[in-house]
Design a protein around this ligand. Structure first.
Ligand code: PLP
Ligand code: ZN
Length: 394
């Protein structure tokens, strides 16, 4: 069956390659034909749901997408103010949930005979897209700003993609890549491309399968709105297939330095106005002009959730708490899930008896290079090991 896409907002339908976004300006997603929810246990990770995806079988490291654990968060619950479970998306080939979307998008590109793919990113999406391409016959180009920090280049360049440095408005580049890409034969799989959304929805499938019962709410960071769109699509599909009795509320969290979706939600507006984002420790979500912002807003309101924002101080405190009380090493952008949950329980938007899935979107291991962390206390000489340990244990 030919793959078609639909606009969530106006309902227009197109063939996959006909349009990258709807005529009304909103993003599209793939039409899927749902039957029963019967994960295929002979497959790994997100490929258990291949029947509900517009692709057949994984290429290259795409096989490693999905299948991440839902971790108990007992030691985090006091801080969070409710019962929490952590969906640990850090456990992916390149350390973030972006691999779910890339796995499906890259597999689809190969199945359709595409030769070049590209992406607009300086971070996790660039790493993910470059790594997946490296494991297939695809050529990959990453569009980066000319002032990209060198440590970012190091992470991406290990997978040896082609880089194109661009001067000018990086936000506009998202749109320009979608219009120019088809003319030159490069398929751009940006943050909210329809095939990425299909990959992202499998995280909702996993959460609902792994959770004891159905979560009351899912709390997650939001930037472009691609991930939130995918989670929402997944939840709606589970609801339509009768797998869950009710759709969990989606609570989306932004950094206070770039919070256009939260501002629109708080103002009761149904569209997101772009803003000039500022500096933030949560650089992976520092997007003032989210291409799927309106759709994320609808996802939050349709599910009875909300969009809020947290400060850098709250983010870093939650990042530390995730590690020293949860055993989870999260990047700052991902710690917004815990910081946001704490804020929402304090405000009464999440009840203290509710059970919530926090999505930790990416690993903090990439941050460790320049932390300057040091261990306090004396150095114990080996013959004194027993005395040193006993001193601690007392
Ligand atoms: C990309 C990213 C996000 C934001 O996801 P969107 O789909 O852009 O909303 C959040 N956390 C991390 C770690 C990311 O890499
Ligand atoms: Zn439309």
């Amino acid at each position: 069956m030919a793959i078609t896409t639909t606009c969530y907002s106006c309902g227009s339908t197109f063939s996959l390659e006909e349009r990258k976004r709807c005529e009304c300006g909103e993003p599209l997603w793939v039409d899927t034909y749902l039957e029963t929810f019967q994960p295929n246990e002979s497959q790994q990770g997100l490929w258990r749901y291949a029947d509900l995806l517009p692709v057949d079988s994984p290429v290259g490291i795409s096989v490693g997408g999905g299948g991440t654990p839902l971790l108990p968060g007992e030691n985090l619950s006091e801080y969070a103010g409710c019962n929490v479970y952590v969906k640990d998306e850090a456990e992916h080939p390149t350390g973030s949930f972006k691999d779910r979307g890339t796995a499906v998008a890259v597999t689809s590109a190969v199945e359709r005979g595409v030769e070049w793919i590209g992406t607009v990113s300086t971070g996790n999406m660039a790493m993910s897209t470059a790594a997946h391409s490296a494991s297939t016959a695809l050529e990959c180009v990453v569009l980066v700003p000319s002032d990209i920090p060198s440590e970012r280049v190091a992470y991406i360049s290990q997978y040896a993609p082609n880089f194109l440095q661009i001067a000018g408005d990086y936000g506009q580049l998202y749109y320009d890549s979608l219009s120019v890409g088809p003319e030159v034969g490069v398929e751009f799989i940006n943050g909210d491309s329809p095939m990425r959304i299909e990959g992202y929805k499998t995280s909702a499938f996993e959460i609902c399968e792994q959770f004891p019962g159905t979560p009351d709410a899912i709390v997650m960071p939001v930037s472009s709105g691609g991930h939130a769109s995918g989670i929402w699509k997944g939840l709606v599909e589970l609801d339509q297939m009768g797998v869950i009795d009710s759709v969990p509320r989606l609570h989306l969290v932004q950094t206070a330095a770039a919070n256009p979706i939260a501002a629109a939600f708080q103002a009761g507006s149904d569209s997101v106005d772009k803003i000039e984002g500022g500096e933030t420790v949560a650089y992976s979500i520092g997007n003032g002009d989210p291409p799927s912002g309106n759709r994320a807003l609808v996802a939050a309101s349709e599910t009875g959730g909300s969009v809020t924002s947290v400060t850098d101080r709250e983010i870093l405190e939650a990042r530390d708490r995730l590690a020293d009380h949860g055993g989870v090493c999260a990047e700052p952008a991902s710690a917004t899930s815990l910081a946001g949950t704490r804020k929402l329980t304090a405000a009464g938007e999440i009840g203290s008896d509710e059970s919530v899935a926090l999505i930790v979107t990416g690993t903090g291991f990439k941050e460790m290079g320049e932390s300057g962390a040091a261990i306090e206390g004396d150095v114990v000489e080996l013959p004194d090991l027993k005395r040193g340990l006993a001193g601690l244990v007392d």
